[in-house]
Design a protein around this ligand. Structure first.
Ligand code: AHR
Length: 348
């Protein structure tokens, strides 16, 4: 099967259409990868079925999870003989919209994108529909007035992740009197990852009146911001306390922010894992190591390895096969109640 090669003029167009981030905010500093890349490895893809060209708009590189998620797409593309046009949006919805428009101009076979936020995609998705290019949403969900604007979703169930975090706390605090004070560090506002985790968690925890939220702020899934929020709080309150009561639980929406928070707690002599219970999401290596060290109590896995699954769905679509609207991936929960000495390296 002949695999189409990416035309050089297109790359020039694509690069000029994708805006590079010129501001100096924290997110920008934590971005490691700002390029538009074409990934293809037809020599090592004997089973290349379709010569598929896929445009992939990624959010950026805000966390170790996200970096692994991008590699998973790139590795799968190389293995499956798919040409992946990879665009890094550097945390800006407008950059994602530009990238999707560029993919439409090029008439890729399928567009895959990770929506940074849930709203504001209708116009560009209508353009994709008009061009006859199917769109698959990966990792984060979006809210659409017309769900048929996208062909399907492939990714984790962030709502279930939130529920699982709450279930851990119910088990840990079984029989313990309240109040139990929760300090929440949310992810990016309006992202489904953050909102669904919050909803799933509250669905379970709010039914138990011992648990009380005393703080909730967005740390944008950034380590630096997780650190900053906890530091500011401790400075303002004169300790990790609320109304002179120690905070019982940190409920942090990703490992990056958790690791930032751990740094500050240590600095101020608060023993993470014992003085304060730490619940976090992603299961990157550093967080699982912290769990093993007793500094974290529960790590809810968010599976970044979506590459093969989502590209398989893309191949089916391009062959005109029916696909499920929702394809979710398996995830587990790591808790202080188990031993993980023989756990395989996490890979991110
Ligand atoms: O959408 C998944 C979330 O986004 C991960 O929890 C987080 O680390 C990432 O940046």
């Amino acid at each position: 099967m002949i695999v189409k090669s990416v035309r050089p003029f297109f790359l020039a167009v694509l690069c000029s259409l994708l805006v590079s981030c010129a501001d100096g905010d924290d997110r920008r500093k934590e971005e490691a990868d700002t390029s538009v890349r074409v990934v293809t490895d037809t020599d090592t893809a004997p089973d290349s079925e379709t010569g598929l060209i896929v445009g992939f708009s990624q959010i950026g590189a805000e966390s170790a999870w996200r970096v692994r998620n991008s590699s998973s797409m790139q590795e799968a593309a190389a293995k499956m003989g798919v040409q992946l046009l990879y665009a890094n949006a550097e945390q800006k919805q407008e950059n994602q919209i530009k990238a999707i428009r560029s993919f439409i101009v090029y008439q890729v076979d399928v567009i895959i994108f990770v929506p940074i936020v849930q709203y504001g995609w209708e116009n560009v998705l209508n353009e994709a529909v008009a061009a006859g290019i199917p769109v698959i949403v990966a990792d984060r969900k979006l809210k659409l007035s017309d769900p048929s604007l996208v062909a399907g979703f492939v990714g984790p169930d962030h709502l279930v992740e939130g529920e699982n975090a709450a279930r851990f706390l119910l088990r840990k605090y079984d029989g313990v009197p309240g109040p139990l004070l929760i300090f929440e560090i949310r992810g990016t506002d309006s992202s489904s990852a953050s909102e669904d985790r919050a909803i799933g968690f509250r669905k379970i925890i709010n039914a138990d009146r011992r648990f009380k939220f005393v703080y909730s702020e967005s740390g944008d899934f950034l380590r630096s911001k997780g650190k900053e929020l906890v530091e500011n709080f401790i400075r303002e309150k004169g300790g990790f306390v609320f109304d002179d009561r120690p905070i019982d639980i940190i409920f942090s929406h990703n490992d990056g922010m958790t690791l930032g928070a751990l740094e500050v707690l240590e600095e101020y002599g608060v023993n993470a894992g014992t003085d304060v219970t730490i619940v976090t999401f992603d299961a990157e290596q550093a967080a699982v190591d912290a769990l093993k060290d007793g500094k974290v109590n529960c790590v809810v896995e968010c599976n970044p390895d979506l590459g093969e699954t989502v590209l398989t769905v893309a191949q089916k679509l391009s062959r005109g096969e029916r696909i499920e609207y929702y394809t979710t991936v398996e995830e587990r929960v790591f808790t202080e109640f188990e031993n993980y000495d023989s756990l395989a390296p996490r890979g991110y």
